[in-house]
Design a protein around this ligand. Structure first.
Ligand SMILES: Cc1ncc(COP(=O)(O)O)c(C=O)c1O
Length: 356
């Protein structure tokens, strides 16, 4: 049984035999001094990574419901087989305008519907319908802070049988308070992962498919356990693809370079945004081409992009400093510009900010 207080503090009551369930690396569990009932603890759980507030609302099975009621059955196909596609979007609170703005929701929903198409899914909403629904969910809780949104399309039927056809599809979405994804986003130390990126002919990275994130989880956990902030993943051909949940850019000879959409990457919305801002506002030449592993090591600058991660400066790879070993000028400028754009401070890009 869960009781929630603030967004990142919660009081939970649980059977002590289940305590290990909650011992994630970024979770601090503080047992309170009193004990209640037989075999039960009341503990204060401070989860630094995933902020879950069940008093808020979610969209589930066609309507807005309290998050605590948005539950799927353990036999749901999407849960059993990873036959779920999703997106991660953000809405940013503008202190100046006292309004919340969703960042590029049309593009996120376009990609979500494309991912759904790959898994032979269909739902009765188009991009505009999904934006309207997102506005309704956000307005229900009157969010006045930066939030992260997780829309999901999943195979909703229950039962055994691996396939994509003859199964019902459904849509869900929750919203959560969210700050940084990588705590160190100004001088991250990366490693080259020993895991390879899933191939387009295995599980397409282009589709944001839940099951494929076992690949990202292997990459991330091994990198963190070895003391790195993140990892760079190579594809089956040994070319740089991306990070565990973010795209990658390097500055080499003054040119901004990122792997093309055909090198087993997720076609990131932040990637697209950064390419446009770099060309338009910094006057940089931006090139999409395959990147060799060793090019990364001799690049002038290196950074990762993603909705959750935003723009993360990577200043070391496998103990080798990148460029000067400190965040470079291109990364610094793009981070500042991106922050202004997502917070609706740049009129030229207001069409990317959808007011709630
Ligand atoms: C594997 C992967 N690559 C890249 C990205 C960045 O994509 P976006 O900028 O659309 O969030 C993500 C984040 O969702 C991701 O999971």
């Amino acid at each position: 049984m869960f009781h929630f207080r603030k967004s990142n503090l919660m009081i939970i009551e649980l059977d002590f035999r289940q305590e290990s369930m909650f011992c994630q690396e970024k979770t601090t569990a503080v047992p309170l001094v009193f004990q209640r009932g037989y075999n039960r603890y009341v503990i204060l759980l401070i989860n630094l990574e995933a902020l879950v507030d069940l008093s808020k609302h979610a969209f589930f099975e066609g309507k807005i419901v309290p998050w605590s009621e948005a539950k799927i059955n353990i036999a749901t196909h999407g849960f059993l087989y990873g036959t779920t596609v999703f997106s991660g979007m953000r809405a940013y609170w503008s202190e100046e305008k006292k309004r919340l703005f969703i960042f590029r929701p049309y593009e996120h929903f376009r990609r979500l519907l494309d991912s759904a198409k790959i898994l032979s899914m269909s739902i009765p909403y188009d991009e505009q319908g999904l934006i309207q629904l997102t506005l309704d969910v956000l307005r229900t809780d009157n969010w006045q802070q930066d939030v992260y949104l997780r829309p999901t399309i999943y195979k909703a039927d229950m039962g055994i049988g691996v396939r994509l056809h003859n199964l019902r599809d459904d849509f869900s979405m929750f919203v959560t308070a969210f700050d940084k994804y990588l705590s160190n986003d100004t001088n991250a130390h990366l490693t080259i992962s020993s895991w390879r990126r899933i191939d387009d002919n295995a599980i397409p990275a282009r589709g944001k498919i839940s099951g494929a994130y076992a690949n990202s989880a292997l990459v991330k956990t091994d990198a963190n356990r070895a003391g790195f902030d993140e990892a760079i993943v190579l594809d089956q051909d040994g070319q740089v693809s991306e990070g565990s949940a973010m795209n990658i850019f390097m500055v080499r000879n003054g040119i901004l370079v990122t792997p093309p959409a055909t090198d087993n990457i997720l076609e990131g919305i932040t990637r697209r945004t950064v390419m446009e801002l770099a060309r338009e506002e910094l006057g940089l030449q931006v090139v999409e081409r395959s990147i060799d592993r060793t090019e990364i090591l001799i690049a002038e600058e290196l950074f990762l992009t993603g909705t959750a991660a935003q723009i993360v400066a990577a200043t070391k790879v496998d103990y080798r400093p990148i460029g000067s070993g400190e965040m470079g000028p291109v990364t610094t400028k793009l981070r500042a510009l991106f922050d202004d754009v997502v917070h609706a401070r740049v009129p030229k890009y207001h069409n990317w900010n959808v007011e709630v």
